[in-house]
Ligand binder design. Structure first.
Ligand code: SF4
Length: 322
């Protein structure tokens, strides 16, 4: 039976924009604007969209590294958004992040052993010997060796540094990993090694992932379900197969059109995305995608489409399906 691990309800993050002589508030950047979704135990939910669509802000809000403006995040029945900072710190043992740039996220003055030990010290887990033992174990688990423990981050390749970032995330035995563009900074040849490692670890430790990326090809590789975001809103969410075989939203179709096909002899009808993403401070009225949508109708310019279940388990926010 599937069990929900994480539920997100009407989550919003508005960043105030100030200006003028007295620094008055002039508006808001609606980085995330009313999104709701759930993640089942043991599954991988991909979140995709162009840069600036709010996917990374969403990931950070789930951990409360960024405070939501409104909305609820419920993890294993506990409302994270209602916890005080000490209670939230304890909860972070159960949920960890893997970041895009492993070099920037690892302290260059600390050895790998110190980096990996740190989350255990923060959460008061184990004595010195137990912590060192766990460091050795985790290095082996992610495909490194215990002799790497005394080295510094700059002594590793990009792929190895991301393995260290993954090992650090796993140190406290979390249930949920939020991976924010974990392979975008890596060479293509290394990307699949890291993706395979994440899949193996998921099976071994029954992990649940939220996998954030701008590249639909990468997300397909790893996700059970995928949510597509545009200008701070979820515009489509369904299983990975349905999204790739039968996308409904014109934005998803355009994103898929941009995924390169490895075989140049195969031709496909591509609906390519044109124009720039509008400013989230001043998003278009109605459907935020209408300024770039080839199927735009009059209603799209005035009425915002709501996310609705169009087929079983397949949700889209588009007037074409009203
Ligand atoms: Fe295009 Fe209209 Fe659908 Fe928006 S609601 S994606 S503008 S057809």
């Amino acid at each position: 039976m599937t069990e929900v691990l994480l539920e997100v309800n009407q989550l919003k993050k508005y960043f105030p924009v100030t200006g003028g002589l007295f620094g008055r508030k002039q508006g808001d950047v609606k980085a995330v604007d009313d999104i709701s979704f759930f993640v089942n135990k043991g599954e991988t939910l991909g979140l995709v969209g162009e840069s600036g669509c709010g996917k990374s802000t969403t990931g950070r809000m789930l951990m409360r590294l960024i405070e939501p403006t409104e909305g609820k995040v419920v993890f294993e029945g506990k409302e994270l958004t209602a916890l005080n900072s000490a209670e939230m710190r304890k909860m972070r043992k159960e949920m960890q992040m893997v970041f895009q740039d492993p070099f920037a996220s690892l302290n260059p003055r600390h050895t790998v052993e110190q980096i990996l030990e740190e989350p255990l010290i923060v959460h008061g887990i184990g004595n010195k010997e137990e912590r060192k033992q766990r460091v050795r174990e985790m290095l082996e688990v992610v495909g490194l060796s215990s002799y790497h423990a005394k080295r510094y981050p700059h002594q590793f390749s990009g792929g190895q540094r991301q393995r260290i970032g993954i090992a650090r995330a796993l140190m406290t035995k979390p249930k949920l990993i939020i991976a924010d563009e974990p392979v975008s900074a890596l060479d293509v040849s290394i990307q699949s090694q890291v993706l395979n490692l994440l899949e193996d670890l998921q099976k071994e430790f029954q992990l649940t992932y939220i996998f954030i990326a701008h590249d639909l090809g990468v997300v397909k590789h790893i996700s059970d379900r995928v949510g597509v975001m545009y200008l701070g809103r979820l515009v489509e969410i369904t299983t990975s197969e349905q999204l790739y075989d039968k996308p409904l939203h014109p934005y998803t179709k355009a994103l898929l059109g941009a995924v390169p096909i490895p075989d140049p002899t195969i031709k496909k009808d591509r609906e390519l995305l044109t124009g720039d993403i509008p400013s989230p401070q001043n998003p278009p009225a109605g459907c935020a995608f209408h300024t770039r949508c080839k199927e735009c109708m009059e209603i799209c310019k005035t009425e915002r489409p709501q996310l609705k279940e169009i087929e079983p388990g397949h949700f889209a926010a588009c007037h074409l399906y009203s």
